[in-house]
Design a protein around this ligand. Structure first.
Ligand code: GLA
Length: 384
């Protein structure tokens, strides 16, 4: 989606060109799943797919929103009427950001917005975070709010948690706001410290495929919240602030203390081992050994499937088919219950692997998956 195209459409809709055009990407998470609301480690990278927004300020307390992807009329909202809760459509993401900014004391007097996004929705690739971050960045720049990086991400997370009502962590918004091309972001979600880890798979003769199973997921649905509540229960039973505080070498002792709390045992085991997998992945990449992360990704999938129990038959089919076809590693990515899997493979194997996953879906009578290569891309930025 070109900046000029979005700016031109803005001018048609609102009668004058925008003050600027911004972009914010979707993400895939390489490793570190369901660790962010446990103060743990994550390692996402930005996709080339992005939300692009043309925006101008207004002075009359009105927010006007239009999406190229949804079409239809311009939605007009009064800033003073914005309030969390209620039934929401896509406008809740930009409106929630405006609400969160104003609630944090930033003076926003209105905006005209036209948006277009290439991030697949409901695919576990953070299409909603991309929408939030692109609006937050545009308003930050236009209103001179001085918000950057994780501060911007925090406000977007608040929009999603409180305004939209989805109890998600901080990973997606931080990834969209802070990722850099050619790198994965090693993020400590406790203090939000960040390291950009060089992640140039092509140079190593490798590829990372994203396989969107086309099974739609929704985070405001109950299962995500149940897992989160279960993790909080685990932390409370173990007397720690967050599961992050259980060290990997203290896992067995912690599990023993949980006794017959079978479900909590599984959740805690996933979170603690997943944090260790992120640290192992970082160490392997720093040592220049990207092939060796394959088995770590696959271990992560088994943990999400068996302990955290958030995979689904379609995600398992991608992983099993890819591994049987010689992939180096594969796992589901994102919140789970559908969405996408990632497959790490030798460049030479990509075509065969793609065909075998497609064939497996066809044989099982499933909707054809969408397969594309993920190249670590730039985070949110102003385009014009
Ligand atoms: C969703 C949430 C994130 C994170 C992942 C699971 O993408 O938005 O905060 O919890 O699920 O890792």
């Amino acid at each position: 989606m070109g900046a000029q195209q979005v700016a031109d459409r803005f001018a048609e809709l609102y009668g004058a060109g925008p003050e600027g055009v911004w972009a914010a990407p979707g993400r895939v998470n390489l490793i570190g799943e369901h660790t962010d609301y446990n103060d743990g480690f994550v390692m996402p990278f930005a996709l080339p797919h992005q939300a692009v927004a043309a925006v101008s300020r207004r002075t009359d307390g009105v927010l006007r929103l239009h999406s190229a992807d949804i079409g239809g009329d311009i939605t007009e909202l009064r800033l003073d009427d914005l309030a969390p809760g209620g039934d929401h459509d896509w406008t809740a993401y930009p409106a929630g950001v405006v609400w969160a900014l104003r609630e944090a004391g930033h003076e926003i007097t209105g905006a005209d917005v036209h948006l277009a996004s290439t991030v697949p929705t409901g695919a576990g690739l953070s299409s909603s975070a991309a929408l939030e971050v692109v609006i937050a960045l545009a308003l930050n720049d236009l209103y001179g709010l001085g918000l950057k990086g994780w501060r911007l991400a925090r406000l977007c997370q608040r929009a999603e948690n409180v305004y939209v009502g989805a109890p998600t962590g901080i990973m997606d918004q931080t990834a969209s706001a802070c990722c850099e091309a050619g790198h994965a972001l090693f993020l400590d979600t406790r203090d939000l410290s960040q390291r950009q880890i060089p992640f140039d798979l092509a140079a190593a003769g490798l590829r990372l495929l994203v396989v969107d199973t086309q099974v739609k997921h929704a985070h405001s649905g109950g299962e995500y919240g149940k897992r989160r509540a279960g993790c909080e229960k685990g932390a409370a039973l173990l007397g720690v602030d967050a599961l992050r505080d259980i060290p990997y070498d203290g896992l067995d002792a912690a599990l023993a203390r949980l006794g017959d709390e079978e479900e909590v045992v599984r959740l805690v085991r996933h979170v603690v081992t997943e944090n260790e997998r992120v640290e192992r992945t970082v160490a392997l990449l720093r040592a220049g050994d990207p092939r060796a992360i394959g088995p770590v990704l696959t271990e992560g999938h088994a943990s999400l499937r068996d302990d955290f129990r958030i995979s689904c038959p379609e995600l398992d089919l991608v992983v099993d088919t890819a591994l049987a076809g010689g992939a180096l590693g594969a796992r589901m990515t994102g919140g789970g219950f559908g969405g996408s899997a990632i497959v790490l493979a030798e460049a030479a194997d990509v075509e065969t692997l793609t065909k075998s996953v497609e064939a497996a879906f066809a044989a099982a009578g499933l909707t054809a998956p969408r397969v594309f290569e993920a190249v670590p891309s730039a985070g949110a930025r102003r385009l014009v």
